[in-house]
Design a protein around this ligand. Structure first.
Ligand code: GCU
Ligand code: CA
Length: 137
């Protein structure tokens, strides 16, 4: 099953501001991180079982350059994300990464690795069971 976690909804943490001055976002807004290396957006992710989860990050990057990030899970370094340019700050796309999760609660943090910070982050969606349709997860 897939669960959506909005960047503006607790327990998510935005190292910046929750903004709504661009169109096309889901929910009440998006995380506009500080424009600095180390800026982050953090999410709480619940997994029904330990294993590999598929994470889709919906973002907008209305510049001409990528805004790369590292992804940590429960403080341990994980995969990187590239977050290439989108057509404008009103255009959103998703980048998919896979990462290990524990059963139960996890903390997933996207941390910018370039001085421009993160792209604007709308939400993450997490599939913790490979997309199967078996209840209850
Ligand atoms: C613009 C844009 C913001 C974005 C910022 C950035 O100011 O309006 O939404 O976060 O650029 O470069 O990060
Ligand atoms: Ca920003």
């Amino acid at each position: 099953a897939t669960t959506r976690y909005e960047a503006e909804s607790s327990p998510a943490v935005c190292d910046g501001t929750i903004d709504s001055d661009h169109t096309g976002y889901s929910g009440g807004g998006f995380c506009n991180s500080e424009n600095a290396s180390g800026a982050y957006a953090q999410f709480g992710v619940t997994a029904s079982a330990a294993g590999t989860a598929t994470l889709r990050v919906r973002y907008s990057n209305g510049t001409t350059g990528a805004r790369p990030a590292n992804v940590t899970v429960n403080g341990a370094s994980g995969p990187s994300a590239s977050f290439g340019a989108t057509a404008s700050w009103d255009a959103w796309t998703t980048e998919t990464i896979t990462l290990p999760v524990n059963s139960g609660s996890n903390t997933v943090r996207l941390t910018a690795t370039s001085a421009n910070g993160l792209p604007n982050i709308d939400y993450i969606e997490v599939d913790t069971d490979g997309g199967d349709t078996t209840p209850p997860d």
